[in-house]
Design a protein around this ligand. Structure first.
Ligand SMILES: C[S@@+](CC[C@H](N)C(=O)[O-])C[C@H]1O[C@@H](n2cnc3c(N)ncnc32)[C@H](O)[C@@H]1O
Length: 204
């Protein structure tokens, strides 16, 4: 807690996530959502304008109060009803099997206990529901991975706990999901930060 984490970091997060290269990815990921949707780590609400029917409602979970306030502002111009949960993904305040779709976009890198968060995601998702994700993470190239491992301790300290080297597919599968669809690859930018995993997973 402090000025950097409470004031500066939320603004930096918002600024970084406004990268225009991410817009078509957001549109694609959110376009596959349906029913009652839980978005994990909604941040400043940059995905909110993309929700459309067959989405019925959006539950926007975010632990950082400043980002919740920014996302509430962003939700004013959206067509879907959005309600906010100021909470952490490691303890989702929802019942078992109560949502149809869960969305994470560039969030799993920052969740301190991602294994607990994925267990919670599994618990609240309906058995026939889907987890839609786009995340950056561990690259396939040995040289890039070495940089990801080297940079992560310092990067975590300045970038809100963000890990560069998380093995996203393995984490999702390890939490009891079957990956139905996945696309991986670098987007433009520094390679340790830009290896993307985009896809859809369902509970086993
Ligand atoms: C890089 S930002 C991405 C924000 C947003 N998903 C987007 O696409 O613009 C990472 C987000 O993860 C959130 N986060 C960090 N720890 C979390 C936790 N334990 N549970 C849920 N979200 C968390 C941060 O507060 C932040 O909003």
């Amino acid at each position: 807690m402090g000025f950097y984490s409470d004031v500066i970091l939320p603004r930096l997060c918002d600024l970084a996530m406004r990268n225009k290269l991410l817009l078509p990815i957001r549109e694609r990921v959110i376009g596959a959502a349906e029913g009652r949707v839980l978005e994990i780590g909604v941040g400043s609400g940059l995905n909110l304008p993309f929700y459309r029917p067959p989405v019925r409602e959006v539950l926007a979970l975010e632990p950082a109060a400043k980002l919740v306030a920014m996302a509430q502002n962003a939700s004013r111009g959206t067509i879907m009803p959005v309600s906010f949960l100021e909470a952490s993904a490691e303890a989702i305040p929802l019942g078992d099997h109560s949502v149809d779709t869960i969305v994470t976009t560039w969030t799993m890198c920052s969740i301190p206990h991602a294994d607990m968060a994925l267990a919670e995601i599994r618990r609240v998702l309906r058995p026939a529901g889907k987890l839609l994700f786009v995340e950056h993470g561990q690259a396939p190239d040995e040289s890039v991975r070495r940089w990801q491992d080297r940079l992560t301790p310092a990067w975590r300290a300045i970038a809100g706990g963000c890990h560069l080297n998380r093995p996203i597919s393995a984490m999702i599968e390890g939490a009891g999901f079957r990956i139905d669809r996945i696309e991986t690859g670098y987007i433009p930018g520094p390679r340790p930060m830009t290896y993307m995993y985009e896809g859809c997973a369902r509970p086993h």
